[in-house]
Structure formats: structure tokens, C-alpha cells
Design a protein around this ligand. Structure first.
Ligand code: FE2
Length: 386
């Protein structure tokens, strides 16, 4: 008889069956940040996170109002964009939110169809389908708004052979720090406002054809002081996973509430990036100045063998080394995972990164939520925002 799934586990078959995959999304195409100083942010992402220079657009390429630097590491592409004058909507975005994610671009086979299908289902338009071309071919782009001022762009690039997108030139740099082993975007988490969770779950189901395959309520995600709710949305092939968080009432202010206060709207909370050697990746990131949340108490690490049970047999990592680097471990029926969270990467306590290595487990580290949130609360305490 089939074992009943616990809430930390899910069935991919269930996702395939329930998702109405009228879009098909092929993967994350790129993530665009609106920032106060793209040139300096690009240096940070190269130096600290090991991204490489890929493409550039700005005054030299004929743009008058903005500049964009495109960086790459394995399958991940990020774009850093800054306004060049005070009238720009990009500047207004940075003024309101601080540095943050504006665009989650999704790779599709047909950007016009993706636009029409989502608009038909109630999406708010951001960009009508437009074809751009250069000597390397053509790209079709379209876009819709999601939570807050965040946008999903649909990128169709099957007829394009260039480095990034038309309008960009190759960014050649003599400064090329090595990769830290970041591979691809595993998931991206959005924080939505009070009482908005179900609206956005429904939106992803109805407009994007996603399915809600994991849910945690405030009884499961809480510490002594604060609580939150979380629901994980996935597209039909499981390549795009968007967990959503909503704050819940607790004795003190939750990290989600703190985010909403400082971002001044819903928005992207964290980007989880996969590595296949988290120990090496985290060592390199620490050496390059990336700050992580502090380690949970010693007992957390002594309890790992009993938490992992039979997965201990396949575990290659040394627990002392995980403790030294403050890496967290969680397990489900199918395996285990290793994860760690950075502190916010900008001045406002908003966006941060997660580094994750999956060894069979398909969850999101629910077993670590308590340890993680207690660590965040120590940071909030220091900021006076708990
Ligand atoms: Fe995550």
C-alpha cells in the first residue's frame, strides 16, 4: 500500500496531473534587479558570488535613460539595472523599495501565446508582445505583473544565438573572479501582504496554471515570538517553484512583516541557488565576504544522525564541517538536503540568498524553519525590528 504523504513531502505525479500547463515554462531565463548603482553591484556579484561578466547595455549602446550589466554563473543569469536620470520609473522603484528584484524572466517557447493565455485568465499587462532583433536573430518578449511591483517576463529565444538579448553587447572584462559553484535557480520566494496569501495562490493557479503542492501554516512555522504561513507553487514540469509567505500574528514582529515594512510592498524575499558541493561553495563565499545567518546551537548538530535516520548512510558530509560553516540539514522520505541563508545583501533588511544542495530531498527545509527563524530573530533584535 502506498504510504500517505506527510506535509513536507509531495508527489511529482500529483503536480503533473493537477497543473494546467498551458504555458509550458522551460526554466528561469534571468532575474533583473533594479539597484541604486549597477556598476558597483556588478562588482559585488562578481567578487563575492563568483558571477562572470556577460553583457552590457547603456549610453555606449544607445540607451539614454538606463544602464544594465548582465552576469552569468553556470545556468544563472542576473541583470543589474540603474536609472540614469531622476525621471525614470527605475529610479522611482529604487526610491520606494531600495535595491530589489523587479523581473523574474521565464523562458518560454511562445511569448505571444504565454501573454495571451495569462491575460485571458486575468493577468495585468506589463509588456505587450514585442519582437526585438539584431545580427544574432530575434527574441520575443512579453510580460505581466505579479505580487507588488514585481513582474514576470516571458522570453522566447528559440531564434536567437546572441549572448543575452538584442540591444546588449558582449561585456569584456579583465577582472574575472572564479565561480563559487552556483548552478541554477532552485526556487524564488515571494512575500505577500497580510491576508493576501490565498489571492496569490489562486492567481498562480488560475493565471499561470501552477499547483499548490506544499503548505505550512502558522502552527507549523513559528517561534516563541513570531509566525508565518507558507505555500509552495510549482509549474507543471516542476522546474519553476515559487513559495509564497504571508506574515501571521505573533508576540513580536515576524521577518515577513519586517520585509514588508522595509520593501514597502510585497516582493521577492529570497533566491535559492543550487550547488552540488555546498561545503566548497560556502567556504568560498565566506572567504569572499558573504555573511550568513549564524549557526543553530550545538544540539542541532548532535541531533542530525537521528533526524536523518537511514539517509545517514548516503551522507558524505562531515557534521563537524557543516557546524563550522553553519550549514543546515533536513530530510524527507526521498533523501536529504543541505542549505544556508545569507544575511540581506543590501542595506534594507529585504532580499537575501539561499544556497541549497539537494541529495534526493524535494522539500524546502521545513525541519529547519524553527532554527532558521530563531537565527533571523537574533538579527532582527540587533536591528531593533523584532
Ligand atoms: Fe528557500
Amino acid at each position: 500500500m502506498k504510504k500517505e504523504l506527510k506535509n513536507t513531502e509531495y508527489s511529482l505525479e500529483k503536480i503533473f496531473k493537477e497543473a494546467k500547463d498551458f504555458l509550458p515554462l522551460l526554466g528561469t531565463d534571468y532575474i533583473e534587479f533594479y539597484v541604486g548603482n549597477a556598476k558597483q553591484a556588478a562588482h559585488f556579484y562578481k567578487t563575492a558570488f563568483g558571477f562572470q561578466s556577460l553583457a552590457y547595455a547603456g549610453l555606449e549602446t544607445g540607451l539614454k535613460d538606463r544602464v544594465s550589466y548582465v552576469l552569468k554563473q553556470d545556468k544563472i543569469r542576473i541583470v543589474l539595472t540603474t536609472a540614469l536620470n531622476s525621471k525614470s520609473a527605475i529610479g522611482e522603484h529604487v526610491k520606494k523599495h531600495g535595491d530589489g528584484v523587479k523581473v523574474i524572466a521565464l523562458w518560454v517557447d511562445d511569448a505571444k501565446k504565454a501573454y495571451e493565455e495569462t491575460i485571458k485568465r486575468g493577468a495585468k499587462s506589463y509588456l505587450k508582445p514585442v519582437t526585438e532583433s539584431d545580427e544574432f536573430g530575434e527574441v520575443v518578449k512579453s510580460g505581466i505583473f505579479t505580487y507588488g511591483e514585481t513582474v514576470h517576463l516571458f522570453i522566447e529565444r528559440k531564434n536567437y544565438k546572441g549572448d543575452f538579448l538584442p540591444g546588449f553587447i558582449k561585456w569584456k572584462s579583465e577582472y574575472n573572479p572564479s565561480s563559487v559553484g552556483l548552478k541554477f535557480v532552485d526556487h524564488m520566494v515571494g512575500n505577500v501582504g497580510w491576508g493576501e496569501m490565498n489571492t496569490w495562490v489562486k492567481w498562480y493557479e488560475e493565471v499561470m496554471g501552477f499547483v499548490n503542492f506544499l503548505s505550512f501554516d502558522d502552527k507549523q512555522i513559528h517561534t516563541e515570538y513570531s509566525a508565518l504561513m507558507s505555500k509552495v507553487m510549482s509549474n507543471g514540469n516542476g522546474r519553476i517553484k515559487f513559495p509564497l509567505n504571508e506574515p501571521a500574528k505573533g508576540k513580536k514582529k515576524s521577518q515577513i512583516e519586517e520585509y514588508l515594512d522595509f520593501y514597502e510592498s510585497p516582493g521577492v524575499q529570497h533566491i535559492a541557488i543550487a550547488t552540488d558541493d555546498i561545503i566548497q561553495t560556502v567556504r568560498k563565499l565566506r572567504t569572499r565576504g558573504i555573511e550568513f545567518l549564524s549557526a543553530p546551537p550545538k544540539e542541532y548538530y548532535t541531533a542530525i544522525p537521528s533526524r536523518l535516520g537511514e539517509h545517514m548512510k548516503i551522507m558524505n558530509e562531515n557534521i563537524d564541517e557543516l557546524e563550522e560553516l553553519a550549514i543546515l540539514v533536513d530530510a524527507d522520505e526521498e533523501g536529504y538536503l543541505l542549505q544556508i541563508f545569507t544575511k540581506p545583501v543590501e542595506d534594507r533588511p529585504t532580499l537575501f540568498f539561499e544556497i541549497i544542495q539537494r541529495m534526493g530531498a524535494k522539500g524546502f527545509g521545513a525541519g529547519n524553519f524553527k532554527a532558521l527563524f530563531e537565527s533571523i530573530e537574533r538579527e532582527q533584535q540587533n536591528r531593533g525590528t523584532l
